[in-house]
Design a protein around this ligand. Structure first.
Ligand SMILES: Nc1ncnc2c1ncn2[C@@H]1O[C@H](COP(=O)(O)OP(=O)(O)O)[C@@H](O)[C@H]1O
Ligand SMILES: [Mg+2]
Length: 311
């Protein structure tokens, strides 16, 4: 049995208003991670939607023989919807088990959190991605890695190629591999963590496009370029400017968002040798400060509008 506390719509001064939570990770409370929750709260109040910003670790999620429970440390009642700005997939699922609509939903966050799953879902929908090979699982107590099998995988590519860990962000777990020696060293360093090998799109060296999708619409775009690294992540020092996506880029970004089941997301596009867009990744938990700064677009507006229509 699923047990939930009193929730859904609040009645205030005769008008029905929605009561939402935006969840963030209480152990990642740096300003960059709070920007999105703050934007959602502020925009919510302008739209007469009551939003509470809730840290995942201020909740107690319980599974008992009598059902699924969720308690807030201060006893707040449960919301009518949740905007989930965290990767605590167990909590997202707990909310879904309580029949609370969660955006992004637990499954899409789980898919995008692990690039192995993400590329599988994009490939299943024939989305244009660089050719990607998934490394076979290695258990942590493995003492000898069978390097021959990994050398066979590398034959699917020519050097340099990309190695990317399943779990990673800010470009930190993405490597450009120039030769067999670097490849073997990296396999040993990654060891029991999931990773992929991927074709290097050299026409996109140090450049990519970040497109923000809400529902089936593109709401903003950024162009990022680096003089110092093949990776265009802002965290690694790339320059950022506002960007108007082409119809082909918009179509691909929306298809990628759909393939992973995201309601809103930041989609990274690589630029192919003929200028064609190629999906690099889909972020369900994208930072939004640069979008506001360089395009003036407050993504909280279309996100809340979209959620209201869904509810
Ligand atoms: N296959 C690729 N070819 C060329 N550049 C790539 C490729 N994959 C990633 N990159 C570069 O590395 C950056 C980080 O990769 P990404 O998959 O987005 O990981 P992260 O989640 O860490 O941002 C991208 O923004 C892009 O500039
Ligand atoms: Mg990225």
């Amino acid at each position: 049995m699923v047990q939930c506390y009193k929730f859904t719509f609040l009645i205030k001064k005769g008008a029905i208003i929605l009561n939402g939570w935006v969840i963030y990770n209480g152990h990642l409370a740096a300003e960059a991670f709070l920007q999105f929750p703050k934007q959602i709260k502020k925009t919510g109040s302008e739209k007469n939607i009551e939003i509470n910003v809730v840290a995942n670790n201020h909740l107690c999620y319980q599974a008992t023989k009598n059902g699924v429970y969720l308690k807030h440390a201060e006893g707040w009642e449960l919301p009518s919807f949740v905007i989930f700005h965290d990767k605590d997939i167990a909590l997202a699922r707990q909310l879904e088990l309580l029949d609370i609509p969660v955006y992004n939903n637990a499954q899409s966050i789980e898919i995008c959190d692990n690039k192995v799953l993400m590329y599988q879902h994009l490939a299943k929908k024939n989305v244009n991605i660089p050719k990607t090979v998934i490394a076979p699982k290695i258990f942590s107590n493995t003492t000898t890695i069978e390097l021959e099998s990994f050398l066979t995988l590398a034959k699917e590519f020519s050097y340099p190629f990309i190695m990317k860990e399943g779990y990673g962000s800010f470009g930190e777990q993405v490597y450009l591999i120039h030769n067999e020696e670097e490849y073997i060293a990296r396999i040993k360093a990654i060891y029991d963590k999931p990773f992929v090998l991927q074709e290097f799109v050299d026409s996109s060296y140090g450049r990519d496009i970040r497109i923000f999708v809400v529902g089936d619409k593109v709401v903003a775009g950024l162009k990022r370029s680096s003089d110092i690294d093949f990776r265009a992540n802002v965290y690694l020092g790339s320059k950022v400017e506002g960007y108007h996506a082409s119809p082909a880029e918009k179509e691909l970004a929306v298809a990628a968002a759909k393939a992973v089941g995201a309601t809103y997301c930041g989609v990274d596009l690589l630029i192919g040798k003929n200028g064609e867009p190629i999906i690099c990744e889909v972020n369900t938990n994208a930072h939004v400060a640069n979008i506001l700064k360089h395009t003036g677009v407050n993504v909280a507006e279309p996100i809340l509008d979209h959620i209201i229509t869904q509810l």
